[in-house]
Design a protein around this ligand. Structure first.
Ligand code: ITT
Length: 179
């Protein structure tokens, strides 16, 4: 049976198809997200709402960028921040503060019976200014630990190798292959 990746975000879809190495169907269900700072809670709720619409096996995910000196901001508010103060605003907020942050994805599979959540986290630094032309969202200000490049300077495959999403979806891939 077809598996649907329910997301409004085409960039996520592109990355996830590459990580899973399988053709997925994308469905943009405009699901109202739960307001919570916990990506797993948001993603599990999203999976249940997506399944209720489609009645087919679904994959969903929720991602947040969490800046440690800002107590986890923007986290679940990342979309709102992107559409308001933007990446420039994030850079301004961390001026004079510690720049450590992490990106976290929770990927969920739900087929109406089995529900499984897989989390991936990548630590890194918020840059002073935006760099790079690839990617989306806050990719141009986040440099993963151990790398000389921000996500936006990487190809999709390079980003997937080190990213929060790559880590979460490689775990999900193993689970889906075994069922
Ligand atoms: P869904 O329909 O899948 O929920 P979304 O774009 O609303 O799509 P999220 O709530 O998970 O997804 O994402 C919150 C924000 O974080 C949003 O503005 C994204 O552009 C951004 N974002 C998510 N993953 C990212 C990544 O890998 N790199 C940069 N920005 C990312």
């Amino acid at each position: 049976m077809d598996t649907y990746f329910v997301t409004s975000n085409r960039n996520k879809f592109r990355e996830v198809e590459r990580i899973l190495g399988m053709k997925l169907k994308r469905y943009d269900a405009s699901i109202k997200e739960l307001q919570s700072m916990d990506v797993e809670e948001v993603a599990v709720d999203k999976a249940r709402k997506a399944y209720a619409k489609l009645h087919r096996p679904v994959i969903v995910e929720d991602t947040g960028l969490k800046i440690i000196s800002l107590k986890g901001f923007p986290g679940a508010l990342s979309s709102w921040v992107e559409n308001t103060i933007g990446n420039r605003g994030i850079c301004d907020m961390v001026k004079g503060k510690k720049r450590d942050a992490y990106a976290e994805t929770c990927a969920v599979y739900f087929d109406g019976k089995r529900i499984r959540a897989f989390t991936g986290r990548t630590y890194g630094t918020i840059m002073r200014t935006q760099k790079g032309m690839n990617g989306f969202g806050w990719d141009c200000i986040f440099r993963p630990k151990g790398s000389g490049k921000v996500y936006a300077e990487m190809s999709i495959d390079e980003k997937n190798r080190v990213s929060h999403r790559g880590k979460a979806f490689r775990k999900l891939r193993k689970y889906v292959r075994d069922i």
